[in-house]
Design a protein around this ligand. Structure first.
Ligand code: OAD
Length: 254
């Protein structure tokens, strides 16, 4: 949808939006050069999720899993936040409450300056010890074959959530709270097929939030969204932010 600035209900919704929650997926980082998981050229078309993103896969072949995560870390080290990340960070600094809930492990929201970020699926730059459960942010120096080791001698794994694992409890609780209490919820660049993250836009809708979807393609959430922008995030999000800013300035002057 374009030309939405003339849409009176949307403008009214924007004028009232003080508490905004955003859910992002791989699509928000596509314009930073990072692959999405599903669809044309998606990661899960080339690699098997159960071998690379599950505890069974890791235990069966930790070297291959580590090679894959090191490759992704290297790609990520060259990636920069794009205009969608930048607009969200700026938006947060102007809004009463603004929470970015992300399924991404790439850290690009924080790199762009977002402060209130809920990382539902962890962060690829963190390692966790299989023996003592300690988290390590710095890169390990001790390796056994291709598997890095903790100072306790235990094997380290990437600090991301794999298939079949629970999400960090504080992260999912904060995400649900933001979805339940926001007055606008924006779903950006996610296929909304992986739960529990996929339930958040519906939770927001059920609690009365105005809902927006930014995605070039249709998703299961599309038919429930109040506004759909079938555009790349790097174009749509800065425009949404501009519209919100215009409406909130007009509201303050009234
Ligand atoms: P997906 O790859 O499933 O979906 C990405 C979505 O982004 C698709 O709906 C695309 O249409 C859309 N998209 C592509 N380019 C875009 C652009 N420039 N702007 C906006 N949208 C764009 O990624 P997620 O929904 O994030 O989990 O996947 C959810 C989870 O599944 C991931 O966190 C990961 C994966 O398996 C784990 O690894 C646990």
């Amino acid at each position: 949808m374009s030309g939405f600035t003339n849409d009176a209900p949307l403008v009214a919704a924007f004028a009232k939006a003080h508490r905004i929650a955003v859910l992002t997926g791989a699509g928000v980082s596509a314009e930073s050069g990072l692959s999405t998981f599903r669809g044309q050229g998606g990661i899960w078309q080339k690699f098997r999720a159960e071998e690379l993103a599950s505890m069974d896969g890791f235990l069966a072949n930790p070297d291959i899993v580590w090679e894959w995560y090191n490759y992704r870390r290297e790609v990520l080290s060259k990636a920069k936040p794009n205009p969608a990340h930048a607009a969200l960070a700026e938006w947060e600094s102007e809004c009463e409450e603004f929470t970015v809930i992300t399924q991404n492990v790439d850290g690009l929201h924080r790199a762009a300056g977002s402060m209130d970020v809920v990382e539902l699926h962890g962060n690829i730059t963190i390692n966790r010890c299989l023996s003592c459960d300690q988290e390590m942010r710095e890169q390990p120096t001790r390796w056994e074959g291709k598997v890095p080791l903790c100072s306790c001698g235990g094997r380290l794994r990437p600090g991301v959530v794999w298939f079949g694992e629970m999400l960090p409890e504080d992260a999912i609780m904060r995400a649900i709270h933001a979805a339940e209490t926001c007055d606008m919820f924006i779903s950006i660049g996610t296929s909304t097929v992986v739960y529990p993250a996929a339930s958040l836009p519906m939770i927001a809708a059920e609690h009365g939030a105005y809902t927006v979807e930014v995605n070039p393609d249709e998703t299961p959430f599309s038919r429930y969204a109040n506004l759909i922008m079938r555009e790349p995030a790097g174009e749509a999000v800065p425009r949404l932010h501009e519209l919100w800013r215009k409406e909130s300035m007009a509201r303050n002057e009234r």
